[in-house]
Design a protein around this ligand. Sequence first.
Ligand code: PLP
Length: 386
Amino acid sequence: MPEYIPFNRIFKDAEERKALADALDGDCWHGDGPAGKRVESYLGEWLGSPHVFLTTSCTHALEMAMLVLDIGEGDEVIMPSFTFVSTANAVRMRGARPVFADIRDSDLTMDPEDVARKITPSTRAVIPVHYAGVSADFDGLRKAVDGRDIAIVEDAAQAVGAYWNDRALGTVGDIGCFSFHDTKNITCGEGGAFLTGDAGLAEKAEWVREKGTNRSAFLRGEIDKYTWVSQGSSYIPSDLLASLLEAQLRKKERILEARAGVWHAYRDRLASAADKGWIRLPEIPPYARTNYHIFHFHVRDLSDRDPLLNRFREAGIGASFHYVPLHNAPYAQKILGAQPPLPRTEELAGTLIRLPLFPDLEIVKEVVADRVLAVLTDYFTGKRGD
Ligand SMILES: Cc1ncc(COP(=O)(O)O)c(C=O)c1O
């Protein structure tokens, strides 16, 4: 049995160990300490964002977004059904209604034409998800919202260091939300960030993040007491985690380069399987520069996906599906009632396979890509076992 290749492995070395040890030896374990501040200004400079707030997760950054936009009962927020539950929960937690739009065959991002069809007078925001680190279609989305007072909140959980034209994802919409979970390209275990270019939203974000108080202004010496100024919660990560994130950010080029190497090895090796019609490879639109967060492909037939996932597992390859669509999930049915079908979402989610992708695979990328091709060849040349 060849060595098992997990779906993901954290890229780490002595730098993270040292950063954490130094932070542990220091006197600041709470949040918004020196490491947190350094990381926020580093991210702001790198990505071109005037207001960056580290958060405890992307889930929490999305919750903050709904709070600062004052989204509540009677409001609707449009998002893909093909996303992680946090996108919908953030809306639901405000008592607002998630409205699910379909996605596109080419890149699995939200279909602007379906967004346009789903806009009503109650629509307050749209949340595009940059699936796999590939930008949503901002031109299309802006056309869909067409001058209405509808905020664009980017769920950029997977998209740190990816771009729409020359603009970093997370900085293109009104608000951007990042994840630094350990499944992401850059990680501190659990973490995230909230970004905005709007000073008014930034002020509210500062309150919301600090339990609904103006304590941050107090700590800067701008006021002599802090008090309760808005709804809020505890969204500030410890400086221990910020120190870890700082060490990871220092190797972001190395991480990106290695991921790109693995991604291209898969792409090159699997081109023949796509030519034979066994699988379909997704496209990257010309305005998008990916951060190589995910490598995925589609099988042609829904019935092939699960048996193939088993074959990959048997061959020691930790391949995985992605997202059970939210519009058909039990909780959506319970709170929203029966949902209209989303044909593209249902087919694309049912045929998707993700392959292992992490920097340490770089040195064995050809071997792994060959092993993947061998599994596909066995399966599609009649050894399906059926
Ligand atoms: C699209 C999307 N949104 C939100 C999240 C939540 O991120 P976090 O784990 O940082 O809360 C994820 C995590 O996988 C995600 O993929």
